[in-house]
Ligand binder design. Sequence first.
Ligand code: DAU
Length: 340
Amino acid sequence: MRILVTGGAGFIGSHLVRRLLADPRHQVVNLDALRYSGNLENLADVAGHPRYTFVHGDICDAATVEQVLKEQGIEAVVNAAAETHVDRSILDPHSFAKTDVVGTAVLLEASRKAKVERYLQVSTDEVYGSVETGMSTEEDPLIPRSPYAASKAGGDLLVRSYWTTYRFPVLITRGSNTYGPHQYPEKFIPLCVTNAIDDQPLPIYGDGRYRRDWLSVHDHCSAIEHVLLNGRPGTVYNVGGGNERENIAVAEMILEQLGKPTSLIRFVEDRPGHDRRYAVDCSRLRALGWAPTVPFEEGLRATVDWYRTHEGWWRKIKSGEFRAYYERMYGKRLREGVTG
Ligand code: DAU
């Protein structure tokens, strides 16, 4: 299949591109705008691969998208392009609405017109909102609470509407918190790991007892591929790792692995509107034949080791634009602290 992966230079996208290339039946085209978290270094190992093509462009740009679909003879699309960080969406909600809603609308319509055979939207478990108890099923209402989650929900609903209205063969995956190598260090796990390596404080929002279900990027990408190849058109699939942990417990595991003291933990002012917990029921995807394979302890260990052995990758990021972001997001918080 000739597959277009958008956002293929990002964290999940780059793992997905590599995974799809491992199957000799696939040709992969990567369309990426290369904004702050898109990084072609993530794909340096496959840059010259005979079945791989990179195109620099934005999913919001209809002319570019239409041209790629046509010229590359694309048969399937995986939309992994997104603005993804909740904290940034609180600072700049507009760019999230643009990429995650408008960008999805542009890509979806161009894909429909190009008669693409399968369109998969990489969505998120955050569209369900905070789940205090129990698990979200795919039929639950979407009650997103951050500008990021609301933008993703907008894209997700647009995609679903294309099945209802046009019978355009869409698929949606709603994945949980993903972790692994090459994740931009604004996210909780890489932020904690890289700060700990440098003996810098680990900023823990609120009481640190917020819960997330951690999913290895390898399992997330195997789920996306499985749904792309086997999913029923018009269907949503939850993807979770089955590894629910409190944030504070994750921070402690990281410190322990790096041999760093728990005194690096710093409770700071909470994220506004912070969702307490996400949890997804994945029985639909399991019935389709997928299951996660990476135990959290193992996946986290491998991830910490990767950051330990790839300092060049993240130091370059942390010394650039990231510094201003970090100061804006954490400077005052870390100076003031709170009691956890
Ligand atoms: O659930 C899937 C979602 O997971 C994805 O759709 C999002 O793109 C992804 O960013 C992630 O959202 P979260 O907000 O859960 O991830 P984040 O890594 O920002 O935070 C994880 C938890 O850690 C959350 O409860 C907030 C907390 N946290 C985060 C940061 C960055 C802290 O306590 N301190 C921090 O400095």
